[in-house]
Design a protein around this ligand. Structure first.
Ligand SMILES: Cc1cc2nc3c(=O)[nH]c(=O)nc-3n(C[C@H](O)[C@H](O)[C@H](O)COP(=O)(O)OP(=O)(O)OC[C@H]3O[C@@H](n4cnc5c(N)ncnc54)[C@H](O)[C@@H]3O)c2cc1C
Length: 341
């Protein structure tokens, strides 16, 4: 049993080192393993598809959000349509010394759900929608469920979950690596909300990890990164009561960016935890500018005097922050409890 004195960060650093050394055959990130023989056997064993480089749909099957990685050539893309398919695919990979790149919604910035020579295990066709249980407040989803789909169901039930702001990011890739967003100042990361996960381990065994079952695996899943410990086929999260929020977008001239960043950091130290803001720089049809995108409970934002939050609360902040007047490009209410970009 691993002593609890070891911090999660220390453990994960060690795991990352082991992965870099190729110690976890089967479920590590891939970097050009030999192509396995016997794909036809896997193809006939699963209900999903095995799409090899000579198939006409290979190009679209291997495509990911970051198109910089679309030139890579996985050994095959396996589209699983059931947890049993995932088990068979993982067992096949282990037997053939193939590395596996599980794919949820494919939004990894660094292209982690594809690589040369790997078996891409595409989980987007796993069955089951967003299952919210009003009795427990828990929500269960298949791994590639988009954050938007989760928020839609939860918002209709008056519930929320901490996630980032991109609506098409997938739940598993997001939660297994952390998941930081507008609710994180009061509710933590999406990984903090994870209550259990069903994981197919290298070799094909399916286990359910929670605080009471496979606790070490559960501990590692909450921030250890996608794909490092197996293929997750289902995730269950806690939720919290949530209402509507006001969203305010403030734009500043680019030369103010340093001041905006310092002011934003200072504001975060003491601001009410129900409020949140990000700072970034962007180029859009308005030109080059830096931006604060903020959310706060409905009614404390744009409702008062048109942009009351901005004039009464935010301009105080803005003046404290940077002594540069922002222009307001939008202020409104997000019914989903988070803001789309
Ligand atoms: C436009 C954009 C905006 C973003 N905004 C935010 C934000 O606001 N906050 C934030 O915290 N992050 C944000 N991210 C980062 C995002 O959360 C991560 O890239 C996340 O890992 C994407 O998950 P995915 O399932 O969509 O991607 P994928 O590429 O499918 O997967 C990412 C990683 O997880 C693994 N993985 C995926 N599914 C599984 C599974 N079922 N089992 C095991 N491993 C799996 C993959 O192998 C890969 O290593 C953003 C990304 C983008 C592209």
């Amino acid at each position: 049993m691993v002593a609890r004195e070891i911090s999660r960060q220390t453990f994960l650093r060690g795991a990352a080192g082991a992965l870099a050394a190729g110690a976890f055959a089967g479920a590590g990130r891939a970097n050009g393993e030999p192509v396995a023989a016997g794909w036809d056997g896997l193809s006939s064993a699963i209900a999903g598809q095995v799409i090899q480089p000579n198939a006409p749909q290979f190009g679209s099957a291997k495509a990911v959000f970051n198109t910089n990685y679309n030139g890579l050539t996985p050994a095959a893309v396996v589209t699983a349509t059931s947890p049993a398919d995932v088990q068979k695919a993982m067992a096949f990979a282990a037997a053939n010394n193939l590395k596996v790149a599980p794919r949820g919604a494919g939004h990894s910035y660094v292209g982690a759900s594809t690589a040369n020579g790997t078996m891409v295990l595409d989980l987007r066709q796993l069955p089951g929608g967003v299952g919210y249980d009003a009795g427990t407040g828990l929500v269960t989803v298949p791994p590639a469920t988009s954050l938007y789909a989760m928020h839609q169901v939860l918002a209709a039930a008056g519930r929320g979950i901490p996630t980032g702001t991109c609506p098409s990011v997938g739940a598993a890739g997001h939660a297994l690596g952390g998941g930081l967003g507008a609710h994180s100042r009061h509710a933590g990361l999406m990984s903090d909300a994870l209550r259990s996960a069903t994981v197919v381990l290298p070799g094909g065994q399916a286990v359910t990890a929670s605080a009471d079952s496979q606790p070490d695996l559960f501990w590692a899943l909450r921030g250890g990164g996608g794909g490092n410990f197996g293929a997750t086929t289902s995730l269950t999260f806690a939720t919290f009561p949530a209402g509507e929020v006001d969203a305010v977008n403030l734009n500043f001239p680019p030369q103010s960016f340093a001041q905006v960043l310092v002011g934003w950091q200072n504001w975060l130290r003491t601001a009410d935890r129900s409020c949140w803001a990000l700072a970034d720089a962007t180029v859009d049809p308005m030109g080059t500018h830096c931006r604060i995108l903020a959310t706060c409970p409905a009614g404390s934002g744009g409702r008062k005097a048109g942009c009351g939050w901005v004039s009464s609360r935010y301009s105080t902040i803005a003046i404290d922050w940077i002594s540069v007047s922002p222009s307001i490009s939008s202020a409104g209410t997000s019914p989903c409890g988070f803001t789309e970009r």
